[in-house]
Design a protein around this ligand. Structure first.
Ligand code: 5AD
Ligand code: SF4
Length: 473
């Protein structure tokens, strides 16, 4: 193992100290005439943030808090923020601005901003000077210290900013509140070392660091024993899992180890980087009985010139070869991707290369974005002469193609019988249940609520661009 990449682990003692702060707050709040303190946690952005919020809620629950969706009745509000695109940041600043009214109503309200936005010095500065009603700001690397930070903010009545630029460490043993007994998120690693030229993530989430295999296996085992049916392994780039561990181990090895855990559950994972995903991973996925035949393999662009400028580490042809290998190993693979249109300097011809790539690959679904400059990233310094209106035209062409392809692929399901996991209510009177195929496609169902949390055989009776419709057999 290379000393330079040795991952730091938060000691058991330090975690216990945080849990003692939870106990302290719980004791101080016990017997309040108005009942237990109420906490409101609002989450923006990706699944990693959802998983982080579940830890924040776990710590708040240990402090004796009950939960509310309404910030106006809360004693503590936590905004877990996202910095991936400018729009995400605008939404958060809007929400933070609005919360001044909640603070006016309840001057004792503790308002906390955390997550990827909070880690940026410019954002912390803006909050310090222009959003003076915010009490506590902390970045993703300081998440495990939340009980102590909250306690200090509360007792000292001073504003606290904990955004030291750290490479990050691993904290085990933090409590967690999961949203359902059906689906669970399990982080297997944190951070990113790739520095794609458009992306803010490596600057706010620190360097790649892997959890120990035994800690991941213990968590998955306890989830399987508790009856969870769908476990999603999370990391910014799961394919570089294990590079910083004492015992050599890669992501495919981890999948194999997890697969030995008995139980009636399905493993999904995200996100895979095409440069690090290969034959070993695809063969392992095909061989594992618990691993879903689903791969999210973000291509970002179909132009080799743009991919180089993005620092992605593969060409169009190399990407297409990986897709061919993955499909050869798993003919029923459900494949999805992320695309960025309008990277600085991208020409119309290059954008149309992306459209031709999606026509060639025929993804089941896409997550599509118009490039958004992120201050501090190399791409933000490049000349970007193409207007937003023109990028929108390219973007619309891409969407037209993908919508047609998704519609065609979905229509091909009609009449087939598939197994799904029924995961909740849809809110629709005609199709009251929502479910997912093994490949992760959404199926709206007619059927009994009692099926929620169970697998069911369904016949697909119809579809549209985004979903399938079916009846339980
Ligand atoms: N602008 C637009 N999209 C971005 N993404 C990441 N950074 C940017 C940016 N600056 C997209 C990528 C990534 C997904 C999570 O968000 O497609 O895969
Ligand atoms: Fe961002 Fe690239 Fe890392 Fe994904 S792999 S988080 S796009 S830098």
């Amino acid at each position: 193992m290379n000393e330079d990449i040795t991952t730091q682990r938060i000691s058991e003692e330090d975690i216990q100290r945080q849990l003692r702060f939870c106990g302290e707050i719980r004791t101080l709040c016990q017997g309040r005439p108005e009942g237990p303190p109420l906490a409101c946690v609002q989450t923006y952005g990706c699944q990693q943030n959802v998983a982080d919020s579940q830890r924040i809620m776990g710590m708040l629950r240990d402090m004796g808090c009950a939960f509310t969706q309404d910030p106006y009745e809360a004693d503590v509000v936590v905004l877990n923020t996202c910095a991936i695109r400018e729009n995400a940041e605008k939404k958060v600043f809007g929400a933070v601005g609005q919360l001044v009214h909640a603070k006016e109503k309840n001057p004792d309200l503790l308002l906390c901003v955390c997550g990827c936005m909070a880690q940026q010095a410019s954002v912390a500065d803006k909050i310090k000077h222009s959003y003076r009603h915010v009490d506590l700001v902390f970045g993703p690397q300081a998440l495990w210290k939340f009980p102590e930070l909250l306690y200090e903010t509360w007792r000292s009545k001073k504003r606290i900013f904990s955004i030291a630029d750290e490479r990050g460490a691993i904290a085990e043993g933090l409590p967690v509140v999961r949203e359902s007994g059906i689906k669970a998120w399990v982080s297997i690693m944190y951070g990113c070392n790739n520095f794609c030229s458009y992306c803010i993530v490596p600057y706010v989430r620190g360097r790649e660091r892997s959890r120990k295999v035994e800690d991941i296996l213990a968590e998955v085992r306890s989830l399987a024993e508790a009856g969870y049916k769908e476990i999603t392994l999370l990391g910014q780039n799961v394919n570089s899992y294990g590079k910083d561990l004492d015992k050599p181990m890669d992501f495919a090895d981890l999948l194999q180890e997890i697969d030995k855990i008995p139980g009636d559950y399905l493993i999904r994972f995200m996100t895979s980087h095409p440069k690090d995903a290969g034959q070993k991973l695809f063969e392992t996925m095909a061989a594992c009985t618990h691993t879903a035949r689903q791969l999210h393999l973000p291509v970002q662009s179909g132009s080799s010139r743009v991919l180089k400028a993005m620092n992605r580490g593969y060409t169009r042809e190399q990407y297409l070869e990986k897709v061919r290998l993955a499909r050869a190993a798993m003919p029923d693979l459900v494949l999805t991707s992320d695309i960025i249109i309008g990277f600085p300097g991208e020409s119309e011809e290059e954008a149309m290369e992306t459209v031709s790539l999606i026509e060639e690959v025929r993804y089941d679904a896409l997550f599509t974005f118009i490039y958004s400059p992120r201050p501090g990233t190399p791409a933000a310094k490049l000349p970007d002469p193409v207007s937003r209106a023109e990028k929108q035209v390219w973007f619309d062409k891409l969407l037209d193609s993908q919508n047609r392809i998704s519609g065609e692929l979905h229509r091909a399901y009609t009449g087939r019988t598939v197994q799904v996991l029924v995961d909740g209510e849809s809110g629709d009177a005609t199709w009251p249940l929502s479910s997912r195929t093994h490949g992760g496609r959404l199926v709206h169902l007619k059927g009994d609520r009692a099926l929620i949390g169970r697998y069911a055989q369904v016949r697909i009776t119809g579809s549209n661009t985004w979903a399938l419709f079916g009846e339980v057999l």
